[in-house]
Write a protein that binds this ligand. Structure first.
Ligand code: TRP
Length: 332
């Protein structure tokens, strides 16, 4: 049986952090053997916020390097830049004729962006879900691994696929969000508030590019207290968070030792954080060094992107000719 088709876009803004790693990247890596994966850097999407032209290339190359350092294998997946696939904007244009202003204006992510940036409500922002639909349908994907915040966009892609099929005949399979279930790990922030994020407290978020000292400093500042006074007492959430991080990067023996110390009221959070920092460094440093090395080898990244685009265009060109034909653009 042929493998199911998977598509996902990776944002090209901001640096990858531990939450991205355990939330998304690690799951991409797990999928690459069992599915036919198309993963791309969503550079067109990033233009909605008008990034400085001189930053664009470095952003895209960095994201590619970080994803490969995190375990994505460009031999196994098609890893490409969205802007290298001209069939995507072509399908986007065709799909825009089936997308209605009213429904696009109702999308919660659009409304959020209007609220946050009332001076930049451009048409690209409004049609963001249509471009995302084109990204997915161009490969006739069935599965779209995304976080909760993107599930509604995948639902819209499903609607647009149905609408196209209904009007022009069956062409697109209906895509569904791929939920990692138990594998979807929330990585808590170091300040005890919510999860790690690139937009909130930067000192409470560990980035894959952080150097050893920065990691140490951030972890030593994690919120703790003077420790429990009663045996086996319940853990406050911020302490649970430190344990959660320990479970991600430390050995089971280490976790067990500190859990026992907590339950027996002998825990010293300073020691626990020191241990967490060293284990975190052992985990992050190789990824960081590999990403840095790759970023310095522009030729290597260029080659990866070129080969990725070739693979992606093979499937994209097939789909776009079918879509044109279905619509009646079939003149010669
Ligand atoms: N919008 C997604 C995000 O912000 C990125 C993205 C763009 C995407 N196109 C996609 C994800 C297609 C899945 C499929 O994270």
């Amino acid at each position: 049986m042929s493998k199911q088709i998977v598509v996902s876009g990776i944002r090209s803004t901001g640096y990858l952090h531990l939450g991205n790693y355990f939330g998304a990247m690690r799951n991409y890596v797990k999928m690459q053997d069992d599915y036919n994966c198309f993963f791309f850097v969503a550079d067109y999407h990033s233009l909605t916020t008008h990034p400085d032209p001189k930053d664009l290339k470095a952003n895209v190359f960095r994201v590619v390097a970080e994803n490969i350092a995190g375990g994505l294998d460009p031999e196994k997946v098609a890893l490409y830049a969205q802007s290298d696939i001209p069939e995507i904007p072509e399908l986007y244009l065709l799909l825009n004729m089936l997308a209605y202003k009213g429904e696009l204006e109702k999308v919660p992510t659009f409304k959020d962006k209007v609220r946050l940036n009332p001076d930049n409500v451009n048409a690209g922002l409004l049609t963001y879900p249509v471009l995302m639909t084109a990204d997915i349908l161009i490969h006739k994907a069935l599965l779209v691994p995304v976080g909760k915040d993107q599930e509604q966009h995948v639902e819209m892609a499903r609607n647009f696929a149905q609408r196209f099929n209904h009007r022009y005949g069956e062409l697109f399979p209906e895509p569904h969000p791929f939920n990692f279930g138990d594998n979807l790990i929330k990585v808590p922030s170091l300040d005890g508030n919510g999860k790690m994020s690139k937009s909130e407290n930067l000192n409470a978020t560990i980035f894959l590019s952080d150097d050893d000292d920065t990691i140490r400093k951030k972890i030593m500042k994690a919120k703790t207290d003077s420790g429990p006074t009663e045996a086996n007492s319940e853990m406050p959430e911020y302490i649970q968070n430190v344990f959660l991080l320990l479970k991600l990067v430390s050995s089971t023996e280490t976790v067990a030792a500190f859990t026992d110390a907590y339950n027996g009221c002998t825990i010293r959070y300073g020691d626990m954080k020191k241990q967490l920092a060293e284990d975190m460094i052992r985990f992050i440093a190789p990824i960081r060094e590999k990403a840095l090395g790759l970023q310095q080898d522009e030729a290597a990244i260029r080659k990866i992107l070129k080969e990725g685009a070739e693979k992606a265009r093979e499937s994209a060109s097939r789909t776009i000719s079918e879509a044109r034909k279905a619509i009646g653009i079939n003149y010669y």
